[in-house]
Write a protein that binds this ligand. Sequence first.
Ligand code: UGY
Ligand code: MN
Length: 264
Amino acid sequence: TPSCGGHDYSGVFRTHERGLDFGELPGFTRSSHHADHALIGVESRVYAGQRGWKKALTAHIVSPARGANFAMYLVDVKEDGSAEPPKAGVERFVLVLQGEASVVRGKKDSIKLSANTYAYFPPNTTFTLESEDGAGLLVYERVYLAGGKPVFSHGDVEESPLLPTEPEVFKLRKLLPQTADYDFNVHIMDFQPGEYLWVKEVHYNQHGLLLLEGKGIYRLGDSWYPVQAGDAIWMAPYVPQWYAALGSTPTRYVIYKDTTVDPL
Ligand code: UGY
Ligand code: MN
């Protein structure tokens, strides 16, 4: 089901429907893991059952096992699949890549989320997730540390306002409020082919990125990676990072950033 903005990320989620066959070349992968960054190609996703999720399989891309302050995973929610609230003290952000899911707030109070919409669950929420026909989800979670009062929110990516980025040229949306109540944000970044990051970034913040559309070159430390929709990237604090969009279609990526976290 295309969302009202016309973006549906099925090609990211069900990659076989895009005609990509990673079985052709035995043992070949662009996936690569280093002390300060990792590239995880679609061919490296490993799905398994996960506590709190019913009729759903998760593939973890980033987690504290490698020193990250957050978890990032994909969820293949089957028909009638559901999710309990996260563990106490954990906040959750969900972006729907494909299909539909509902946030259940009470017996007769639910919110339908379709492709390209998102929801944020503050720590200790009682809200659950359900999907009648199945869905593909991107989930970010972390232990909440900011000591404020974050609240449940949801929205459509396309309705989130564009923010100024000068001297950068990419288009930027921030899906969570920019206040000290939040200890991370999720940005949507759009590049036209040929556009690239002006800042050759090095910063204390951590990132978990999923390329939703397009292709290009991601520089991570001293490595230069050709990347395409479906690829995921973990960036540790201070890893040099830079991106250039290439090809004939725009790039869109979604990226976790632990903003407003005191580096001390
Ligand atoms: O906000 C950021 O740190 C973002 N521009 N980083 C990135 O795209 N690698
Ligand atoms: Mn960055």
